[in-house]
Design a protein around this ligand. Structure first.
Ligand code: BES
Ligand code: MN
Length: 441
């Protein structure tokens, strides 16, 4: 096995789940492994503790007069549940059919490690890099990067760069190089519906006491109309239209049939009047990521639960502002709340949408690297997912971000049996090596 692959397997063995406090030591150990690796490559690396999880920063030997690229990645991962759906344990990477199966294989350990190994190989071959490289690998992306923007502000001059590169997005299909010029933003919040002070016998009290599950279901159902349009006043105010050239370009990409195949749903759903890709990449959404209340065990239990909850995330598009959206949503639920229950809203993390000009000088350089690596014309796309820090890079460091994704449509990110193909790992390493050359110009 080659050393790049061994290194990836080593990083994948850390259960660095950022949302789970039980895993705090694993998160820390993962950061330490990465810092040690970067130090071993000859970069000056440091671990910066934040209020929560550490950030790893490493810099190559300064070469004055050369441009600087900051390569961002995240070593934290999503939780692994439902565990019984995994074919092999999530933190014991397993290689089957040319794929590495493990939590974080694609999102994002496999992708940032391809950059790290690309830099390592370039140094091994040439003794120096064609430009300055800063690695910024954080441990809180999957919880909304709450401490990274303050960190950027504090270390602004140390992190000054001409351009940022990230591989943490998707490829439209295997072998198709993909340049992403837009990401959706996100705003999360929880709705809690409180009813009686204790769980009640649903025979004795049912009929005159409002059931929190029912009241919550009404609130959830009020969010969309029958055409998939969000009913929250002001929600679409800042939404920009999709450009005609985008609509046109996206008709050539795998669309509805592919989405049906990948997801296994019997039919698609969505905002009337927009294509599948427009709905996923360029229109805002409201999703219920979790919902609960009352008896979840075996058989029946006749109870009116004392409370119920729903965890919402809203995906946002340019120029929606997460704070405005949270306010609008709060006002909406407060107004819709029936008198028989008390509705409490708990705002969560958020991050703005991002978009850049794909034809900028660095955008074109990145597309040359993609074209050369995959020997094919790159697809230009937006993505529906979010990387909350990307817009802050613009605001705080003043640099654009090149999104050069290596995730395949069937990589199962955030789901059981997440995987990364070895061939994409290797392509990612070649992409990084070429990117360094192209950005140095
Ligand atoms: N890598 C993803 C984002 C992504 C996935 C972008 C696919 C484009 C295509 C990232 O790690 C992620 O999952 N982000 C979270 C952010 C959230 C938890 C703040 C997301 O999008 O849900
Ligand atoms: Mn993710």
């Amino acid at each position: 096995m080659n050393s790049a692959l061994e290194d990836l397997l080593a990083v994948l063995r850390f259960p660095s789940i950022s949302t789970s406090s039980e895993n705090a030591a694993d998160v820390r150990n993962c950061a330490e492994w990465i810092a040690a690796k970067l130090t071993g490559m000859g970069l000056s690396a440091a671990i910066h503790q934040t209020v929560k999880h550490p950030v790893v920063v490493a810099k190559s030997k300064p070469q004055p007069g050369k441009p600087t690229v900051l390569i961002y990645g995240h070593y934290d991962v999503q939780p692994v549940d439902p565990l019984d759906q995994w074919q092999t344990p999530p933190f014991q990477p397993d290689i089957r059919d040319g794929r590495i199966f493990a939590r974080g294989a694609t999102d994002n350990k496999g992708q940032f490690m391809s950059h790290l190994c690309g830099v390592e190989q370039t140094l091994a071959e040439h003794g120096e890099l064609p430009l300055n490289v800063i690695f910024l690998i954080e441990g809180e992306e999957e919880i909304g990067s709450p401490n990274l923007a303050p960190f950027l502000r504090e270390h602004r001059s140390e992190l000054a760069c001409d351009i940022i590169a990230i591989s943490d997005t998707g490829m439209v299909a295997p072998g198709v190089p993909t340049f992403t010029y837009g990401l959706r933003g996100i705003a999360c919040l929880e709705v809690h519906v409180h009813g009686p002070t204790i769980d009640l016998h649903s025979g004795i009290f049912g009929g005159s006491v409002g059931n929190p599950n029912t009241m919550l279901a009404k609130l959830v159902a009020a969010v969309h109309d029958a055409h998939g349009r969000i009913q929250i006043p002001g929600f679409y105010n800042a939404v920009r239209d999709v450009h005609e050239w985008e609509k046109e370009a996206w008709t050539k990409l795998p669309g509805e049939a592919e989405t049906l195949r990948l997801t296994g749903v019997p039919a698609l759903w969505g905002e009337a009047g927009y294509s599948d890709l427009e709905c996923r990449w360029a229109r805002p959404t409201a999703e219920v990521n979790g919902i609960g209340g009352g008896y979840q065990g075996e058989g029946s239990k006749t109870v009116i639960p004392r409370s119920a909850f729903a965890k919402f995330s809203f995906r946002l598009v340019p120029d929606q502002d997460p704070d405005d959206i949270i306010k609008n949503v709060q006002t909406f639920f407060a107004k819709m709340a029936p008198d028989c229950v008390r509705v409490e809203i708990k705002p969560g993390h958020s991050g703005p949408p991002y978009s850049m000009d794909p034809h900028s000088v660095y955008g074109k350089a990145a597309q040359r690297a993609l074209r050369a690596t995959f020997d094919r014309e790159p697809a230009l796309i937006r993505e529906g997912g979010s990387i909350p820090i990307v817009q802050s890079f613009n605001d705080i460091l003043g640099s654009d971000t090149l999104l050069l994704g290596l995730a395949l449509p069937d990589c199962q990110m955030h789901a059981p049996n997440e995987n990364f193909t070895i061939s994409n790992y290797e392509a990612g390493i070649r992409l990084n090596r070429r990117l360094l050359q192209e950005l140095a110009m």
